[in-house]
Design a protein around this ligand. Structure first.
Ligand code: SAH
Ligand code: NI
Length: 453
């Protein structure tokens, strides 16, 4: 039985860190999760909440602090999760991410001491994000932009987002001020009223070109022309202003309806020496310089030759496949978002690449179609979203003669699960390289390679 109740205080030692960056304290095997507490620290803890299997605690005071602690971090970054690892020194963040991948491979895939490589660090440790998706709400009667407190929808106003390019922060603030000046209403998600839900800003890392997306609850946009005029006068680097209408009550940011309010419906950026057009709904890695390292690692692992036929599954706007298209015979890409597929085709042309074919559809279905058309890949590269690969996809991929599967993952848990499935079907995990695409946050990215036994 848990012997403590709410508001009890006691001294405790922090023994671990969760995936999301909370400290772990254990009392007779019962865990408490404590924000802003690092392994090795001694704290006086106050109980916030107790449940059946675990509870939550708060640091009342630090008795001993970790040598790996960052002491000058703004606590709003931890509270909102903007930088939920911001209190841990960067070198330790990299260590922790490697250890987590290795733990998941042990727990899920039964691999004891798999030699996961040291996490490659991001060329930029802060202010790296090329995209911001900022909720707009009314706080104390004023329209504010910021970030939600963790596990809640109460907005904490933020002006310096710490991990975004500072040029993006400046545009978010300018948009906020314009919305205030023109008396535009912020969204209220409890009553489903108000107008502006989110401001999304994407800024090319190399190009500096900017797209601003207004996410609105309804289509009719009062004072739209004045706002567009003022914004583009202040920021000539804005090449595109879009509006997407999202009248649903869910958590999805973008809606089905898109309008171009100004300029083009895309911006252009470059990665690994190639040009890419990126439209509003398309995925584009948020940390460009670190993503280049990720792609280079995947390409090195794949050990490509001029005769190779390569599948680029979950291809987005084509950034991975087009990076190596000139080293292989043919690239087949599949991607579910139509706008991204259109970008990928255009991007191939833009870079003079004629040996890449892109199909809109679900990877698991298109993979089966390709096999029926007798397309025989030598290498299959996958880069799925967090939920990982569909079993049907794994079965289809493993039924080919492909010598290797190059797996880029943003979720080590589903990666480890999928590794066991591939291993049951004749592939062997060779190497795993974490690459830090998300400094100061708990997110882990990696590239693994499996080869045919
Ligand atoms: N490789 C790209 C995109 C990776 S993100 C890059 O590096 O930029 C994952 C992509 O998978 C997204 O573009 C998403 O739209 C797409 N996607 C999600 N589910 C899919 C499915 N079932 N089949 C194909 N693509 C899917
Ligand atoms: Ni997570």
């Amino acid at each position: 039985m848990m012997k403590f109740k709410k508001n009890d205080k006691f001294e405790a030692e922090v023994i671990d860190l969760t995936h999301e960056g909370s400290g772990v304290v254990k009392v007779d095997g019962y865990p408490f999760f404590v924000e802003n507490a690092l392994p090795g620290e001694k704290i006086e803890m106050r109980v916030l909440k107790t449940g059946k299997k675990f509870g939550f605690g708060k640091v009342e005071s630090y008795i001993k602090t970790s040598p790996y602690r960052v002491t000058d971090i703004n606590l709003d970054y931890l509270r909102t999760g903007i930088a939920d690892f911001g209190h841990l020194q960067y070198a330790e963040q990299l260590n922790f991410k490697r250890k987590q991948v290795s733990e998941l491979l042990r727990k899920t895939a039964g691999k004891v001491d798999f030699p996961v490589l040291d996490t490659l660090k991001s060329p930029k440790e802060t202010h790296y994000r090329n995209k911001a998706s900022i909720p707009v709400r009314t706080v104390k009667g004023v329209l504010e932009t910021g970030f939600f407190r963790k596990q809640s929808h109460s907005l904490v106003p933020v002006e310096d987002f710490y991990i975004q390019q500072p040029e993006i922060d400046a545009i978010v603030l300018a948009v906020r001020d314009l919305l205030r000046n023109y008396g535009i209403k912020a969204y209220n998600e409890v009553e489903n009223t108000g107008f502006i839900r989110n401001i999304v800003v994407r800024r090319g890392y190399a190009s500096g070109e900017v797209m601003v997306i207004f996410v609105t609850r309804k289509a009719a946009f009062f004072k739209k022309d004045d706002i567009v005029k003022a914004l583009t006068a202040q920021f000539p680097e804005i090449k595109s202003i879009m509006q997407t209408v999202n009248s649903s009550t869910g958590n999805a940011i973008f809606g089905p309806e898109w309008h171009t309010l100004y300029g083009q419906d895309y911006i252009t950026d470059s990665m690994l020496g190639k040009q890419y057009q990126i439209s509003g709904p398309s995925f584009y890695q948020v940390n460009t310089a670190a993503a280049e390292l990720l792609y280079q690692t995947a390409i090195k692992f794949a050990d490509l030759t001029k005769d190779d036929i390569v599948i680029d599954a979950y291809s987005g706007i084509g950034t991975i496949g087009l990076s190596f298209a000139d080293q292989v015979k043919h690239v087949y890409g599949v991607e579910v978002i139509d706008a991204a597929v259109e970008n990928a085709r255009k991007n191939a042309t833009l870079n003079g690449i004629t040996n890449a074919t892109y199909v809109t559809g679900k990877a698991e279905e298109v993979m089966a179609d390709w096999l029926r058309q007798d397309i025989q890949p030598n290498v299959i590269l996958v880069d799925p979203p967090r939920k990982g690969l569909d079993e049907a996809f794994i079965e289809a991929a493993a039924s080919t003669k492909a010598r290797s599967i190059v797996y880029i993952s943003c979720n080590a848990a589903t990666f480890a699960r999928d590794v066991t499935r591939f291993e049951a079907l004749g592939y062997n995990l060779d190497k795993v390289q974490p690459v830090d695409l998300f400094p100061q946050t708990h997110h882990v990215e990696l590239v693994g390679i499996l080869s045919k036994k």
